[in-house]
Write a protein that binds this ligand. Sequence first.
Ligand SMILES: [Zn+2]
Length: 273
Amino acid sequence: MQVKKSNSFLSDFEKEEIENLAEYISLSYFQKGPVDVELIAEKENISFCYGNYEESYDGLLEHEYGSFHIYINIDRLQHAYTERARFTFAHELGHYFIDRHRNALSKGLINSHPSFTGFVSDIKMEREADYFASCLLIPKKWVQEYCFKKSFSFRIIQELSKLHQVSLTATAIRFAIIGCHPIMVVCSQNNRVKWYWSTSDFPFWTLKHGKEKVPVDTAVGEYFLNGTKYDSSETVYADDWFKVKFQDDYDRKFYEQCIYGYDNTVISILWED
Ligand SMILES: [Zn+2]
């Protein structure tokens, strides 16, 4: 039986479709990273501006008189060239390049909707645009070339993040999908698991408490318990994180690296030696 190991609410087919589209665009314009999102907009005749729009949204794609315009809100994203601003720009490009998003907007079926990016939205269109952004900024081909014959450590995520000017969170998620090494990425918010993704060769696929509660004896569990933050990779055991079937697997040693985000969100990256 094929076990579905992701819990991201986009189907594998939808992800593949978006990934192919985004990567095609990146690889057509660029030989290597970082991807220049403004250049893509210019080539597509999409105008854009960076402005102060308070807390209203991270980004917005507007359609008016047959033209598209991207707004990036630097009040929420600090300045135009932060990783989050770049990611938001790429997310808005997703609303333009994904046919059903663009058509819905240009036919007036939906209004310009405010985007809040960063893999935490419960709205499917937003998750699709987030996924598009991560594929556009970090194409699989470049990651595979970079990781060739390298063993995994958190350093690889840090290096890829720097190289492509994408946040550690987005890089980790992308890495888990591309699957150069068995890893799982768990996103928790307010002591609940929002979603998790793992490579198809990761040895466990069910979390100890499902999505109900973050397991206590984990690095992220400690953060929600008493606010402890770890800079380094912490040792955890299979039984701390997962539903374990076989007794021999209880003490399998894993590493957990936490990335502490905004809105009380934490990303845990889990891997074995
Ligand atoms: Zn959006």
